[in-house]
Design a protein around this ligand. Structure first.
Ligand SMILES: CC(C)(COP(=O)(O)OP(=O)(O)OC[C@H]1O[C@@H](n2cnc3c(N)ncnc32)[C@H](O)[C@@H]1OP(=O)(O)O)[C@@H](O)C(=O)NCCC(=O)NCCS
Length: 326
């Protein structure tokens, strides 16, 4: 049996911290409101001059080191992001050059907060098809650059960071057992950045109307998210004929602690079996799952043969799962 197996993970968060108390001085909000509604206490943001590719580069170096492979061994680089340094060249090509991954093909992937799982699924398919042997998948975001720091409904939620995983062809039972990907574009306006693309290129007007920032209808998104995540988790369990109690670790997208708790409750899973980083990083979109996974690996929470369930939900709308035998 051929599987794509994660042989190394890495992550990186910028050093600069913004606490809820810092935000109290910027918009009309409170530490208590943010903690009660989201579980977030602080988030990291890029320093001036620091970019998404800087974070991705650090995470990638850690993952390659953990995997014990050289940049020249990589066949393909996939970067999931909604906050690239530039729209051209891609982040993946920047990384290819910075790492010196001379043999690697490279492309970016847009699936918002589900991006890392879309990337993992794509890499899994390339490896199982025999097209590639070794793939670097990265989720990296500098959402602080797309955040309206005058909008209290969004600025308290997001943060910057990057996580990476090296996948390699493995003949055996360990590796990615399944991935399931979904989308519903009819809900696109629940979570979007209105301007900056071909529909509404940057003008003085789009800038003045603050149309280059993330807009979210949080409450409506919340309701769709819980329903979609319940379905996609059940789909993964049914597909693999596993029971919730068989899962050793849940690594959810870190958007809201209440959504994560609802999923844990649905799976009848104690919170000790859930990887949580939301309190210190906020919602880092495509980076949140690989950052949480890397932290769990480094803290020794992931053991050989453990069953790990990853699930995500985000703009698009998109949602996804992956089940991994570690
Ligand atoms: C964003 C989110 C935390 C808001 O929590 P909520 O309980 O839904 O809160 P609401 O949006 O209903 O707002 C409740 C009230 O708090 C206010 N409020 C919003 N942001 C606030 C803030 N930062 N500080 C204080 N009050 C705030 C609202 O204006 C509203 O006031 P009103 O009742 O007077 O109109 C929550 O909806 C959420 O996490 N949504 C899903 C996010 C997600 O999964 N995204 C997809 C992946 S990225």
């Amino acid at each position: 049996m051929i599987h794509a197996r994660i042989i190394g993970t890495g992550s990186y968060a910028p050093k600069k911290v913004i606490t809820n108390h810092d935000l109290e001085k910027m918009v009309e909000t409170s530490d208590q409101w943010i903690i009660e509604r989201t579980g977030i206490k602080e988030r990291r943001v890029c320093e001036k001059g620091e970019t998404t590719s800087d974070l991705a580069h650090e995470a990638a170096k850690h993952a390659l080191h953990a995997a014990g492979i050289a940049p020249a061994d990589i066949d393909l680089i996939i970067v999931a992001t909604l906050s690239p340094d530039t729209h051209m060249p891609s982040m993946a090509c920047k990384l290819q050059a910075r790492l010196g991954a001379k043999r690697a093909a490279a492309f970016d992937l847009y699936a918002a907060c589900s991006g890392f799982l879309y990337g993992l699924s794509t890499a899994d398919a390339f490896i199982r098809s025999g097209m590639h042997q070794t793939i670097l998948v990265i989720g990296a975001e500098a959402l602080s650059r797309y955040t309206d720091w005058e909008d209290r409904t969004t600025c308290v939620l997001f943060g910057d960071g990057a996580g990476a995983a090296v996948l390699q062809r493995h003949a055996g039972k360990r590796g990615i057992l399944s991935t399931h990907l979904h989308s519903d574009g009819s809900f696109g306006d629940l979570l979007h950045i209105p301007a900056g693309g071909a529909a509404h290129p940057a003008t003085h007007d789009t800038v003045e109307r603050r149309q280059h920032y993330i807009k979210m209808k949080g409450n409506e998104t919340f309701k769709v998210a819980v329903r979609a995540l319940e379905d996609v988790v059940q789909e993964a369990l049914d597909h693999n004929k596993v029971k919730p109690e068989d899962i050793d670790l849940l690594v959810p997208h870190q958007a809201n602690l209440r959504i994560i708790q609802a999923m844990a409750k649905r799976l009848n899973m104690p919170m000790e079996k859930v990887a949580l980083t939301i309190h210190k990083y906020g919602n880092t979109s495509a980076a949140s799952i690989p950052m949480a996974l890397d932290e769990a690996v480094r803290n020794g929470r992931v053991k050989e043969n453990d069953l790990i369930l990853l699930e995500a939900f985000g703009g698009g709308l998109t949602w996804a799962s992956a089940l991994i035998r570690w």
